[in-house]
Design a protein around this ligand. Structure first.
Ligand code: NIG
Ligand code: FE
Length: 416
């Protein structure tokens, strides 16, 4: 099946010349083409050619993109979208001055969502997750990562991963499940960390990979969660079993997470609001992606990660919503792009690289997605805009017109 995505006003390829990520200054180079069309063959980009040549070829189907802007499908690389319950009460407490950490210490936070998830059936969780995935798709997202981490028992972590896995075959985009059993210590292991670690290392890690429920694991390295030594133990075992690693690190305190992540060559370190001056060059020299989450800083009203310093030092910077019920109840990746401009002082070009190719690298999908290069998947976000700056300028407005996955239109905005 050959298709032609015909006559868009602009194509932003985010070309990497086969390198498949961008660091430092390279984030600025997004490569904009005018008067070009995209030839798709069996869901793969076959060619990107001038309109004059495109006119001459025969195809089975034409997708008319006239006057629209084409970007690689957006990659949402860090979410906790599989949850039940609401933390609106905690949000109100914070508006009155309580802090996120204090609420968590008092038994709220992750533990309160854990209780809701343990009380929810597989079917209930599926029903809640479906519209959240659809909302990401409506924004042009074509790859979506979703973590567990609200079950925190053998049964409930597996249940949550099964819910996420259900959408691998019941949604039109690629879903990447990540095992986050090391999110926090559940109340029953509060005074017995050793036992919970054993449950993760000896039971959950082997079971999950054997049953193909996840290839990626994540952990939360923080004073109130897992120490760097504990993360080291989990990562050592996980790596032996063949997992790829991610880490929530340097969110509120620097407790050595980054060092462990770099030691184990993690795919990404996420958060970094409080990364130290000395650690910036260390991270920037590695191939580990710095996933920045400005929605968390906005939602919790605290420090933003030093994006400019990271880019200046040559880091591979990505962006994500961190969509979750407690610290970033923001499922809108366009708003995150806008916050990155206003608060992280990233340029529009850097932001586009950060939500496409670099986010793809954070989920190990950068060889087949994240940029428009011949041989990659025909995944596109098609915007009703002439210029890509419109996506940032129109705060809170969804300009996405079509979401295209492997050459198929999977979402189309209703005509006005
Ligand atoms: O990425 N930092 C830890 N985990 C999530 C928050 C989860 C929650 O509050 O429910 C985060 O911010
Ligand atoms: Fe997170």
């Amino acid at each position: 099946m050959r298709k032609l995505l015909k006559h868009p006003s602009q194509i932003v390829t985010v070309d990497t010349h086969g390198k498949n990520y961008k660091r430092g200054n390279e984030l600025e180079e997004i490569n904009t083409l005018f008067n070009h069309s995209i030839l798709i063959e069996n869901g793969i980009i076959k060619d990107i050619l001038p309109n004059s040549s495109a006119e001459k070829i025969t195809v089975d189907k034409v997708i008319d993109a006239k006057d629209y802007l084409v970007l690689p499908g957006l990659i949402e690389c860090h979410t906790h979208a599989a949850y039940s319950g609401s933390r609106a009460n905690e949000f109100l407490m914070r508006l009155k001055g309580a802090t996120y950490e204090k609420i968590a210490e008092a038994g709220g936070g992750i533990t309160s969502t854990m209780k809701a998830v343990r009380n929810s059936s597989f079917d209930e969780l599926v029903k809640l997750l479906k519209p959240r995935i659809d909302y990401f798709i409506s924004q042009g997202v074509t790859v979506l990562e979703i973590k567990s981490g609200y079950g925190l028992s053998f049964y409930d972590e597996i249940k949550l991963l099964q819910v996420v896995n259900y959408f691998k075959t019941h949604s039109s985009i690629e879903i990447i499940p990540t095992f986050l059993g090391a999110h926090t210590y559940p109340p029953e292991y509060k005074n017995d960390h050793k036992q919970y670690l054993e449950l993760i290392v000896n039971e959950l890690l082997p079971y999950i990979i054997k049953n193909k429920l996840a290839n990626h694991i994540d952990a939360f390295c923080e004073k109130t969660a897992f120490s760097s030594d504990e993360v080291d133990k989990i990562f050592t075992r996980a790596k032996k079993l063949g997992y790829k690693l991610r880490l929530h690190s340097e969110q509120f305190n620097n407790v050595g997470g980054l060092e462990v992540a770099l030691k184990h060559k993690a795919l990404s370190v996420d958060h970094l609001e409080v990364i130290s001056e000395e650690d910036v060059p260390k991270l920037s020299k590695s191939k580990t992606v710095a996933v920045l989450l400005p929605g968390v800083s906005f939602f919790l009203d605290y420090d933003y990660a030093p994006a400019r310093k990271l880019i200046k030092n040559n880091a591979i910077v990505a962006l994500s919503t961190d969509y979750n019920p407690g610290s970033s109840h923001i499922p809108n990746i366009h708003l995150i792009m806008q916050l990155a401009a206003l608060k992280l002082k990233m340029s529009v070009e850097e932001i586009i690289s950060a939500v496409t190719i670099n986010a793809a690298k954070a989920v190990d999908m950068n060889e087949c997605a994240g940029s428009l290069e011949i041989g990659k998947q025909a995944d596109f976000a098609v915007f009703e805009a002439k210029e890509y700056s419109e996506i940032i300028y129109n705060i809170g407005v969804n300009l996405n017109k079509y979401t295209i996955k492997k050459g198929e239109i999977i979402y189309q905005k209703m005509e006005k």
